[in-house]
Design a protein around this ligand. Structure first.
Ligand SMILES: Cc1ncc(COP(=O)(O)O)c(C=O)c1O
Length: 367
């Protein structure tokens, strides 16, 4: 078999564990498992979205719509932009990352990605022959080391990924720092705002799209919007760039079900508002509770998860997450995030009931 060398050398992506997996592995009831591992909306999807999906199932034998006009208009309204500024991905924001790679990256081109950050950028870009160049996310201050980005820009830099709030650390990048980077290069600056709603919607960088031609903003419906299973993400930039990306995007990648679910979710303003408010409440509750454990290094977060150093507990993240899984709690072992050693975990928000139960179980493990 003549598999490409680049694929042979690729490490598999490590996703968060699912409830089914853990239920089987530990012989537990799926319903009793508390999932705090994948940064989802723990209150579920919009009821309006679910109803709309059910109603539309009869049309499953038809190909889906391809122009996505209604959905684009709703996103335009949500983000205060125009329809021409928007592209929608059918495997979530992960598809947007893939389209960016297909649109921009030739073999040998470089992209800059801080460590640690969302690992899917690198995972997606490498098979195209693109070369990762690493900048630094400073764990001491939970902020981007801007100079580590600026110092790594070369003639070959095609793209720079800036995740704000950053996954997995939860810190944000200031607009001032982002503009400093934009002004230093012609490379495309991809600002990943997957979790921006959890900043209280105060820290978006959408206004930079009008101001600069080399800005791209990426978002997802998998987080506060509660549609991780439907796989819808979107990207925003100037109309010319978006038009190029549309040339290469898989035309049918949004299913009928995901389209109607997405449309109804954006119309369900109350759902979005409540999900945001409850999400922030849950995060703040978890932060306060976790901060009481003397042997945990708890990071402040502007997102829907909390990053925690656990070295002082004497456990590695693998041991720690295993102990929690045995008791029916899934959190994220961050060992697979490049740039981290084996002593970091990430805990996603849950419902208040989930959070309280989790804290109770945590006491049993590290009191
Ligand atoms: C920072 C960041 N960007 C993008 C994504 C991808 O989201 P999606 O589920 O839309 O593919 C994630 C998912 O966890 C993420 O954390």
């Amino acid at each position: 078999m003549k598999v490409r060398q680049i694929v042979k050398e690729l490490d598999s992506y490590v996703p968060g564990r699912s409830q089914d997996e853990i239920a089987n592995q530990f012989n537990l009831n799926k319903e009793d498992i508390i999932k705090l591992g994948s940064n989802e909306n723990p209150w579920g999807s919009s009821k309006r979205a679910i109803e709309a999906v059910k109603k539309n199932l009869d049309l499953s034998f038809r190909y889906p719509e391809t122009d996505l006009k209604e959905l684009k208009l709703l996103i335009a309204d949500y983000c205060n932009l125009n329809l021409e500024n928007i592209i929608i991905g059918g495997d979530g924001a992960d598809e947007i990352i893939d389209i960016l790679a297909k649109t921009f990256m030739d073999v040998g081109d470089e992209f800059i990605t801080p460590l640690p950050t969302y690992t899917y950028y690198e995972f997606t870009f490498k098979p195209y022959g693109a070369i990762p160049v690493y900048a630094k996310w400073d764990l001491k201050t939970n902020s981007l080391d801007v100079n580590s980005v600026l110092n790594n820009i070369t003639d070959k830099t095609k793209m720079i990924f800036l995740c704000t709030p950053n996954n997995p650390t939860g810190g944000v990048i200031s607009k001032e720092d982002i503009e400093k980077i934009i002004n230093s290069t012609d490379a495309l600056i991809v600002i990943d705002e997957a979790y921006i709603e959890y900043t209280g919607n105060t820290l978006s960088n959408i206004d930079l799209i009008e101001k600069y031609s080399n800005v791209f903003i990426m978002r997802t419906m998998s987080k506060v919007l509660g549609l991780a299973g439907m796989r819808v993400g979107y990207g925003m930039s100037n109309p010319q760039l978006i038009e190029y990306m549309h040339r290469i995007k898989p035309v049918f990648s949004l299913t009928r079900a995901s389209q109607v679910a997405a449309v109804e979710t954006f119309k369900d303003k109350l759902f979005i508002k409540e999900s945001t408010v409850k999400g922030i409440e849950s995060r703040d509750f978890l932060y306060n509770q976790l901060s009481r454990f003397k042997n945990l290094n708890v990071f402040n977060s502007s997102s829907n998860y909390i990053f925690v150093g656990i070295k002082d507990t004497g456990f590695t993240a693998k041991e720690f997450t295993y102990k929690l899984m045995e008791k029916g709690v899934i959190i994220r072992d961050c060992t697979s995030f490049k740039g981290l050693d084996e002593y970091w975990i990430r805990i996603s928000i849950g419902t208040m009931k989930d959070d309280e139960k989790f804290i109770e179980i945590l006491h049993e493990i590290i009191e």
